[in-house]
Design a protein around this ligand. Structure first.
Ligand code: MRU
Length: 351
């Protein structure tokens, strides 16, 4: 059974993409209408829209916006496709780690190249495909939710890191989708949400999202997870992913690797919940995943205020890679993949 979430993070309406501005949460709920490809590039880069599947659909919508703009100026189809391809590369350069962005943009580019008809036909098809992929994202999350809920023990305390919720997808969520589906079956489950420094997606977004749905949630700081595991207070970990290599190594928000090590030490099952569009079978291992370097200000400041000596050195990778050996299973829309991940991932793509 699915537990409905009212949050729609990104939605195509007429000729615009409407997104929730996540930089304002939890203080203010505001949507923004994205009308051009440039605006979509900035919305992804500045993280108004964030989370791997959500930026995948943002890329899909960005391509429709690009096609609409180019269609106004260019009448030659070959030139139109060349210019659209430049926009595709531009959109893909907005953030490097989440492969869903590349997946969404490439899907639209492939479709555009394969349409035999006019530029108008291409635009019509890109729009229709955008709406289809948007709707599919929610369906896929609900399917993952059902698979995931089947392995959540009764009354479990589930730890999650960052925000892999409705806000990180079109709706419902991946890791939080599993939690929503589990809660629908068993309202005695509870959630521990890591704060997730430096940008605090756990504190700002996950607690906002889960408490909206009345799901019992306790906020902890990132360093507390092993303490609660050692006390037997965490039964399982479920997190999302930004890119999974063919061997199961998984990039997710910085700090996920630490949680996975703590979970292994304390024998707490550690699950990833992610759609197949997050799996990059073109790369053999996590070593090949590009890690986004983010602004130093995310570390030196909280809510605009300095929190450290101004002379200190800063380094701020946005993601880390959890080695596949630390992962109990990967919850996908095709079922729960188990080690050996090389085999189970290959099979998931074949069936
Ligand atoms: O930098 P962000 O906020 O885009 O990072 C998001 C995450 O790391 C999520 O955990 C991941 O994208 C999974 S979303 C379903």
């Amino acid at each position: 059974m699915a537990f409905e979430s009212k949050i729609k993070t990104i939605e195509w309406i007429g000729n615009i993409s409407r997104i929730i501005d996540q930089t304002l949460l939890p203080y203010e709920f505001k949507t923004v209408d994205i009308k051009t490809c440039d605006e979509m590039y900035s919305a992804i880069k500045d993280m108004l829209v964030r989370g791997a599947p959500a930026i995948g659909i943002a890329g899909v919508h960005g391509m429709v916006l690009a096609a609409l703009e180019l269609g106004e100026k260019i009448k030659d189809k070959k030139l139109f496709l060349e210019e659209l391809n430049k926009k595709a590369q531009y959109l893909k350069s907005s953030r490097p780690t989440a492969v869903n962005l590349m997946w969404g943009v490439d899907k639209q580019m492939e479709l555009a190249k394969n349409i035999n008809g006019s530029i108008e036909e291409i635009i019509k098809n890109l729009k229709a495909n955008g709406i289809k992929l948007e709707n599919e994202d929610i369906e896929i999350n609900k399917r993952m939710g059902d698979y995931g809920a089947s392995i959540v023990p009764k009354g479990a305390a589930i730890l999650t890191h960052c925000n892999a919720g409705a806000l990180a997808t079109v709706g419902y969520g991946t890791a939080l989708g599993v939690i929503r589906s589990a809660y629908a079956k068993d309202p005695t489950i509870k959630v521990f949400a890591d704060e997730t420094r430096p940008r605090q997606q756990g504190a700002r977004l996950t607690t906002w999202e889960l408490t909206q749905d009345g799901i019992p949630t306790t906020l902890i700081t990132d360093g507390m997870c092993s303490y609660f595991m050692s006390k037997g207070m965490i039964d399982m970990v479920v997190v999302g992913a930004d890119r999974i290599a063919a061997n199961g190594d998984t990039a997710n928000k910085i700090g996920t690797y630490t949680v996975a090590i703590a979970a292994k030490y304390h024998n707490v099952p550690f699950y990833i919940a992610a759609p197949l569009s997050t799996i990059d079978i073109s790369i053999k291992s996590g070593n090949e995943i590009p890690i986004e370097e983010r602004s130093h200000e995310e570390v030196t400041h909280i809510n605009g205020d300095w929190i450290c000596a101004k002379e200190v050195n800063i380094i701020n990778p946005g993601f880390d890679v959890t080695p596949h050996e630390l992962i109990t299973g990967i919850i996908t829309e095709k079922g729960i993949l188990k080690p050996d991940f090389k085999e189970s991932i290959k099979n998931a793509f074949q069936n």
